[in-house]
Design a protein around this ligand. Structure first.
Ligand SMILES: [Fe+2]
Length: 261
């Protein structure tokens, strides 16, 4: 997988699956995850790299994600994925991986970090299911007041800070776009937390949508006329290899089933 997610073939026991099957049979309307999958299928049907769904579709998908709870995807905060002893290993539960979109859940133990990385030509929806998480996010900048250089000789590129806040669930779904909304972001778990992510389209090395990681360098060495506060709104981002200490382990999803039509 393109974020460097390692596969865990061990899997989990199917605890809870038969319960969810029974409850699905009783339900007339689709389960929340089924509704999420069906909505993604419609929303991303006519999209492709760099093509953002219409505002109406973005709003519709965000509304579906806003209503998803940890129980809807079979998660409980006391599961081993979230234990401090597991840190810094992050678990990734794939719900769907297709050409147009992917759905998955990142399970972060306390203080674990998904370092600064990009989402090339993608629209990404992130719903914090539980816990507290700090998000720092940048977009590329073509200009900074009083600073004409946007690419340095060492290849680092000027970026503008878009988000630098701590979020606690329940909170609204956050959305990033190919060129704005904080396309490069870093997640830091304040407490154990889980994030449900929808990517449209997904990463694809074959199609040139590689997950790139970055170093974040302060703007302090640039021209002196910028006020300190203004300087903090910008940074130089320099490409780096996937951090060696980053471990994202793929684990089979065994929450409520999704019928993929
Ligand atoms: Fe991301």
């Amino acid at each position: 997988m393109q974020m460097g997610i390692e596969q865990n073939q061990g899997g989990r026991k199917g605890k809870g699956s038969s319960e969810s099957r029974k409850s699905n049979r009783r339900q007339k309307k689709p389960s929340p995850v089924q509704r999420l999958y069906d909505t993604c299928k419609e929303v991303f049907a006519d999209c492709g790299p760099g093509v953002v769904p219409s505002p109406e579709k973005v709003e519709r998908l965000a509304a579906v994600l806003d209503g998803i709870t940890p129980a809807d995807v079979g998660l409980r905060p006391n599961q081993p994925y979230f234990s401090s002893e597991r840190a810094p290993i992050i678990s990734y539960l794939p719900l769907h991986a297709g050409d147009n979109f992917s759905i998955g859940i990142f399970c972060l133990p306390p203080v674990s970090v998904i370092p600064l990385h990009n989402h090339p030509a993608m629209t990404v929806f992130s719903k914090l299911l539980f816990g507290t998480m700090h998000i720092k996010a940048y977009d590329w900048s073509n200009e900074a007041d009083g600073n004409a250089i946007v690419v340095q000789p060492n290849g680092s590129r000027l970026a503008k800070l878009k988000i630098n806040s701590t979020f606690t669930a329940p909170c609204s779904t956050s959305i990033l776009y190919p060129a704005d909304g904080g396309n490069m972001h870093c997640f830091t778990a304040g407490t154990a937390c889980a994030v449900l992510d929808v990517l449209g389209p997904p990463y694809s090395d074959d199609d040139g949508r590689h997950c790139q990681y970055y170093y974040e360098l302060p703007l302090a060495t640039s021209r002196g006329e910028l006020e300190e506060e203004e300087r903090e709104r910008y940074a130089w981002l320099k490409e780096r290899e996937k951090p060696r200490d980053l471990c994202i382990l793929g684990v089979p999803y065994d929450g409520p089933k999704i019928l993929k039509k």
